[in-house]
Ligand binder design. Structure first.
Ligand code: URP
Ligand code: ZN
Ligand code: ZN
Length: 451
């Protein structure tokens, strides 16, 4: 036995119970009462603490070329920040190049990620180009262990509706799943042009150029495609009331559609775009009005939201400042990978939801939906990705305490009730009491199958 975590309270979506966990070779070997360590076993006393499966963040953009620059966290900084917030597996969006096979995209990004990752990782491929037979190169990626793809219904490099249709149709045939960034590109373009011509250039107009219905309309369009084709669909970073209600209706009709939301949509509203630091909050979709925030919390507690992920895509202050006279020049995205689990657990401690629900949305469902067969649960045979969490520890987020390379955080000053005190990645201690204890290159790619 390499590690024994004693006297803790284990949490799963179905409840809490007191037990010890033993770990051998990075894998949970036994869960039970009064387990006995060997001489060489490292023993951790978790009395008074919760013992949780590490979170799985299904949505990050590390070292991603975007918005005229590259996102501020490379694979080391992003995964270092992740484990310091109790996230032990990170999914990155590998963006396809034009004229590149989809498997080549995965291999190109893995060559950068593998030497740097401090925790386990996996890829979704962000699709740009399906011309000249590239659509069927998805098949090789699925065989390789990458069965999830993202279609951007926005941005100049995103796909048009015809390609979204082809993607959904093909994904069904090959046991893959497509996720969409759902916003109406053309409506945004019209409103953006109009605001700029009228001299309305502040970050507030990032929000105004993407009114709430812009997301809902694209959600409904994607759902209609999926329904017509009988293909599964996953909608990333849902931020609007109309959007989540459309998903709820579709689920009731029997459409296989999954909803992801992010902590920023649960905490902030569009009021942030009136602040002096509004540029720092510019992301797409933008934070919406209070009714949307409330609708998302309701959907969490009604079981309509399937996963919570971060959309971690940070940019430095100087880069955000490129847009001080023109909101379209602000690189879109914010940091969050270190904040998701602590924030969600703290909101549960404050009564917004339950700890069990947080474990389900941040760990169990992400593992099941992404096809990570050995992660997301504290069970014998599963990877020992474990977080020891002190529900009584008060923590105030400041950028100084974060482990990202980004020079600011939208979460600055947020007071949390409870915080992780230790994170283990496959049984190895990688975080303890505010300090990163892991190593560059420790992380391994998780190969997956949706079958
Ligand atoms: O603003 C965001 N979300 N940036 C990252 C790219 C994306 O759309 O997910
Ligand atoms: Zn997106
Ligand atoms: Zn994203």
């Amino acid at each position: 036995m390499d590690l024994l975590i004693k006297n803790g309270t284990l949490v799963s979506s179905s409840g809490k119970y007191k037990a010890d966990i033993s770990v051998v070779n990075g894998v949970i070997s036994e869960i039970g009462k009064n387990l006995i360590p060997d001489k060489a076993t490292k023993v951790v006393d978790a009395t008074g603490k919760l013992v949780l499966p590490g979170a799985i963040d299904l949505h990050t953009h590390l070292a991603m070329p975007f918005g005229g620059t590259v996102s501020a966290d490379d694979y080391f900084a992003g995964t270092r920040a992740a484990v310091c917030g109790g996230t032990t597996t990170v999914f990155d969006f590998a963006l396809q190049d034009f004229n590149e096979s989809i498997l080549d995209t995965v291999k190109r990004r893995d060559a950068i990620c593998a030497p740097d990752a401090a925790c386990d990782y996996a890829f979704h491929v962000g699709i740009k180009d399906l011309s000249n037979g590239l659509l069927t190169t998805m098949d090789d990626a699925v065989k390789f262990g990458v069965p999830t793809f993202k279609a951007f219904m926005v941005y100049d490099f995103g796909v048009q509706d015809g390609d979204l249709f082809r993607l959904l149709e093909h994904s069904k045939k090959i046991g893959a799943r497509v996720s969409v960034h759902a916003e109406n590109r053309d409506a945004i373009a019209v409103l953006t042009k109009r605001f700029l011509e009228e001299g309305k250039t502040s970050a507030w107009y990032h929000y105004m150029s993407r009114p709430e219905w812009v997301e809902e309309e694209a959600d409904i369009r994607a759902i209609n495609f999926a329904k017509a084709l009988g293909a599964p669909l996953y909608i990333v970073h849902v931020g609007s009331k109309g959007g989540i209600e459309a998903i709820e209706r579709a689920k009731k009709e029997g459409v296989e559609v999954y909803a992801e939301t992010c902590p920023q949509y649960l905490e902030f509203t569009s009021d942030v775009y009136k602040r002096t630091d509004a540029r720092d909050f510019v992301c797409s979709p933008p934070m919406k009005g209070k009714k949307s925030k409330d609708a998302l919390w309701r959907a969490i507690n009604m079981g309509v939201v399937d996963t919570v992920a971060t959309d971690h895509c940070p940019f430095q202050k100087t880069e955000k400042d490129w847009g001080k006279d023109d909101f379209t020049k602000i690189p879109n995205g914010c940091a969050g990978v270190e904040n998701m689990y602590p924030y969600m657990l703290s909101e549960a401690n404050k009564g917004k939801t339950t700890i069990e629900t947080v474990v389900k949305l941040c760990s169990e469902n992400p593992a099941k939906l992404s096809g990570c067969k050995k992660k997301g649960f504290l069970k014998p045979g599963y990877d020992a990705d474990i977080v020891i969490y002190d529900p009584k520890l008060d923590f105030t987020i400041t950028n100084e305490k974060m482990h990202s390379d980004c020079d600011h955080t939208i979460w600055e000053g947020k007071k949390l009730k409870g915080y992780p005190v230790m994170t283990f990645s496959r049984g190895r201690l990688v975080y303890e009491n505010g300090e990163f204890k892991g190593e560059r290159g420790w992380g391994k790619m998780v190969k997956r199958s949706l079958k």
